[in-house]
Structures are given as C-alpha cells and as structure tokens.
Design a protein around this ligand. Structure first.
Ligand code: PAF
Length: 286
C-alpha cells in the first residue's frame, strides 16, 4: 500500500492506474476509521480497481475551532486498517496540499438546501464539505466514489454537485452501519461518556418511531417530527437540535407524505460531549 502526501503524486498514481486499464475507487474519510468506513473500503475493494482512501480532517467543514481540535485522530491505526482491508493507496495530505496557498479552488454553492438542517446548525459546514470533496475529485481524477448514507444531506449535495458540474465521478452510496442498539457508527461516538453512550440509541429509537407511525398510516410530517422530538426529549442527556422529514429527491420538507415520494426522517442531537446525526428512509405510503 502506498502512503502518499502530495497532490501531484496522487494524481500521477491514479493516472498510471487508469493508463494500466484499472479503474479508481475513492473512499473519502476524515480518519478515525470505524466499521462504517471499513464497509465502504470493502465495497470499493470488490470491484477490480485501484482503491484510494483519503484521510484528511478538513478544517473548512468545522464551524467551531474546539470541535476541530477534539476530532479524533489516529493515523497509524487508520493506515493499519487500510492495509488490512487491501487499499492500494492512502492519501493523507498536509493542509497545504489540499488548499495550496494562494490558489483559489472552486467552492461549490450548497444553495438553499445548504441553509437548512446541518447548514443551519453548523454554518459553512456543507460548503466546506463540497469544497474539499470537489478538490478530492479533482486530484483523484475520474473515479467511483463511495459515501455513507449516514450523512444524508452531505450525500445529497455531493450527488447534486456531481450532476450539475458533470464531474467524471460515479457516486455509490452505502448503508449506515449500526451498533446493536441502533446507534449509527460515527467517528464522534468515541467522544461520548459512558452514560451518554448508554442513551445514544435514542436517535435510532426516534427514527424507528417515525417509521412505525408511517407504517400505521400517519401521513403528516409534523406528527412524525413531534414523535421524534418527544423520544429525544425523554432522554435525559440528549438535547434535540432538529428533527425533520424530507423528500429524498429534493431535500425539501413536504406538507404530506405522498405515494410517489421517497421520504426520509432526519435527527440531530447534542449530548454534552458530542453532537450526533442520523436518518432513516421511511416506508412507502399507498
Ligand atoms: O463524511 C466525511 O467523513 C467528510 O465529510 C468527507 C466526505 C470525508 C469530507 O471531508
């Protein structure tokens, strides 16, 4: 496995792979790799490709300096995980290689979808994600890129950027991996104190409750949001940031669930030591 720091070196490596008739699979990460990342790397590995994992804690997607400092980092362990899973290349660049001083990189617009949910709670976060992902795509070149569904709004906006800018990237979204109590795997989970961890299953409970209500015939998103808020409100250490129901194809909030709609419930919760997000596709309605 090659560990590459420079942008030019990465581009040379992926160009050589493509010239040798290999395809390139890209798994973008911020490190602190967990079972969710492992599932993305395994999925990328299945194809006959050169698998590139990027490890870069992107400062531009953190609106809070303390959050950036606290973000878990363990490059040595991450490299071991990538090696074990058969990645061919890890790109773990210093900041200057991602954001070369004096160079103005494209900063894609997150539009009105970027102003709500994660965008409202973490101003500049989604623009920061799009900027870094656009840079990762540019340096890697044509590739298939693997993203987790846990960050649904990020995934929606990256897919939209790829479409709008006709980038030579095939997007593959992969299911969220969960702990036995339903907690979605996230690098931030290690920040939770034991009592917070015990209560962190409330996000999945809330989402499950919304799905159950839809299964029982509920069509009003407000009722679903209220039920999710109640579940989080009943969890001592949890503070609801937002709960919402959106149409997956537009990320807009519908007035009613309709048969042709692909609805998704979203939830974001603050615990004293970490903020967690999760989402669940809701059953189709008739
Ligand atoms: O989902 C993440 O880990 C990050 O937002 C990403 C896509 C690697 C960009 O920094």
């Amino acid at each position: 496995m090659d560990v590459i720091r420079g942008a030019r070196e990465l581009r040379a490596r992926t160009d050589a792979a493509r010239a040798g008739d290999d395809e390139v699979a890209l798994v973008p990460t911020m490190g602190a790799l967990h079972e969710g990342h492992r599932s993305l790397i395994r999925r990328a590995r299945r194809a006959r490709t050169t698998v590139v994992v990027t490890i870069f804690v992107n400062p531009r997607q953190f609106s809070d300096a303390a959050d950036l400092t606290a973000y878990p980092r363990d490059e040595q362990r991450d490299l071991e995980v990538c090696e074990e899973l058969g990645a061919d290349v890890v790109w773990a660049p210093p900041t200057d290689e991602v954001y070369p001083p004096g160079v103005e990189l494209p900063s894609p617009d997150a539009g009105h979808v970027g102003d709500r949910f994660e965008g409202a709670s973490r101003p500049g976060h989604l623009e920061g994600v799009l900027t870094v992902v656009r840079r990762l795509f540019d340096v890697t070149g044509p590739c298939t890129a693997f993203f987790g569904e846990k960050d649904a709004q990020q995934l929606f906006l990256v897919k939209r950027m790829v479409e709008r800018e006709a980038l030579p990237v095939e997007m593959v979204s992969c299911p969220t991996i969960r702990e036995p109590d339903g907690l979605a795997l996230s690098s931030r989970n290690v920040l939770l104190q034991p009592e917070e961890r015990e209560q962190a299953g409330c996000l999945f409970l809330a989402l499950g409750e919304a799905a159950e209500l839809v299964g029982r015939g509920e069509r009003d998103p407000r009722t679903l949001v209220a039920a999710m808020a109640r579940e989080i409100g009943a969890t001592r250490l949890a503070r609801l940031d937002y709960a919402a129901v959106i149409d997956d194809r537009t990320f807009d909030v519908p007035d009613h669930l309709e048969p042709e709609m692909r609805a998704r419930a979203l939830v974001a919760v603050r615990f004293p030591s970490a903020r967690l997000i999760d989402n669940l596709r809701l059953p189709s309605v008739t």
